[in-house]
Design a protein around this ligand. Structure first.
Ligand code: SF4
Length: 165
């Protein structure tokens, strides 16, 4: 069963490094992608309790849908780039790929609630299985990204618009 709930304590602050944001209503300053945020303190945010008052509503709202902790715990066996800096590039790459995997799985899970005919239900089941190997590895995530699976899953999800109430 995929856990879509973000668990920052089991992650390595991947979102606070990987993602870029621009100064504006949601963020108080600019941050480029791939650079640790200036407020990062060890594996956690140093201003977590006052993100809203510091003008960082975007950080409060962001959810990785469980991708971050899965990359750290499953793909990299609990290791962190903070202990082994050479792991940063592959961990960021895996985080981007896992966000795609979890994003697609979340949409497929929601689609189960639609009144789908047999053929669509079967396709939904097949795609969910393809996105749910027993264990993801850096290599299998690269293979996923290079395969037709992301495109096929997105096209399938778009086709389900016809079944929306
Ligand atoms: S302000 Fe805190 S939560 Fe937001 S990116 Fe920086 S370290 Fe992460």
């Amino acid at each position: 069963m995929v856990d879509f709930t973000s668990d920052c304590k089991s992650c390595a602050a991947l979102c606070c490094v990987a993602l870029a944001f621009d100064k504006g209503e949601m963020f108080a300053f600019d941050k480029p992608a791939g650079v640790p945020c200036k407020h990062l303190n060890g594996p956690l945010c140093g201003i977590h309790a006052k993100l809203e008052s510091e003008g960082l509503k975007g950080c409060v709202r962001y959810q990785c849908d469980g991708a971050g902790q899965r990359v750290v715990q499953e793909v990299f066996s609990g290791q962190s780039w903070q202990d082994t800096p050479a792991l940063l590039p592959p961990m960021l790459e895996a985080f981007a790929q896992m966000r795609q995997v979890h994003g697609l799985l979340l949409l497929l899970t929601s689609a189960k609630a639609l009144p789908l005919p047999e053929a669509q239900l079967a396709e939904l089941k097949t795609l969910t299985a393809q996105l749910s190997p027993e264990v993801w590895t850096p290599e299998s995530l690269v293979a996923f990204e290079r395969s037709n699976l992301p495109k096929t899953a997105r096209a399938f999800l778009r086709s389900l618009k016809a079944f929306l109430p």
